[in-house]
Design a protein around this ligand. Sequence first.
Ligand SMILES: NC(=O)c1ccc[n+]([C@@H]2O[C@H](COP(=O)([O-])OP(=O)(O)OC[C@H]3O[C@@H](n4cnc5c(N)ncnc54)[C@H](O)[C@@H]3O)[C@@H](O)[C@H]2O)c1
Length: 287
Amino acid sequence: MKEFKGKVAVITGAANGIGFAIAKECARREIKIVIADIDAKDLKRAEEQLKADGAEVLAVEMDVMKFEDMEMLAKIALERFKHIDLLFNNAGVVIAGPAWLLSLNDWEWVMRANVGGIVHGEKVFIPIMLKQDTDCHIVNTSSVAGLLHLNGMSAYHTSKFAAVGLSESTYLDLQCETDKIKMSVFCPGFIQTDLDNCERHRPDIYKNDMSQSYYQSDLYKEEEQKKHKVIKGGMPIDTIGATIFKAIEEEKFYILTHAELNPLIGLRVKNMFEGGSPSMDVIKGVK
Ligand SMILES: NC(=O)c1ccc[n+]([C@@H]2O[C@H](COP(=O)([O-])OP(=O)(O)OC[C@H]3O[C@@H](n4cnc5c(N)ncnc54)[C@H](O)[C@@H]3O)[C@@H](O)[C@H]2O)c1
């Protein structure tokens, strides 16, 4: 897709961070924007900012973990704008900790938000796009954590590796079906956002019993501090919207942001070919 003026974009997790950066780039390109988010207050603020910039915006409070919310989002978006040309399955959360210490609530929350959210987006919007039979583009947000590994991030890695696999297989399935719907997977390294404060978006059904030993441990506190440090010390967000749209224009599937991490992705693959194991060199390279 090269012409954007007048197109319609749906963005989940659009009230903050990367989703909001995509929305701002949409506004700059005169795209009509449907911003969707679980956080009503932040959503209102994002809507006001985008409108102040002159954008045509529809704000929808919803939870990507709920399929019926995704259906409601599509219905409202179509009623208002009649067609959908761009879909950004972007909402996500992060939690840190080894697989065996995280609670089942942690696992369910991160998998339902980071993988379930994309599944719901694809299931609802791809049939709409196929029926439209117009040029469309879908961007799923995964992470470089879907292409290489750190310790202490088991649930996040699981969800983000799944998001890459889901995007790759959807890309191939779409190729067998149509040449109109293009697809990308966004795999950024650390970006300065509020992702490290995502606990505020954890639904009550997935709340942890914080008196459990892991959540009282030094390890938990260290992992939390590490999370704040790496995200707040990440790349400034200013160029992210433009980077994603350049990739859409060039029909690039993999969108990476931190060139210095590319050799580490290669190292992981090399280890596989050579019958090796996950390497601490990859971890040292990221930190
Ligand atoms: N910031 C980074 O370093 C980084 C790196 C790689 C990948 N990512 C990914 O980028 C995406 C966006 O994260 P961000 O860094 O902008 O974080 P952020 O917390 O600043 O923004 C995420 C937005 O998603 C919303 N959200 C959370 N759960 C939701 C749900 N169930 N339904 C609807 N909305 C929900 C939040 O309210 C928030 O507005 C995530 O998928 C994240 O995993 C971020």
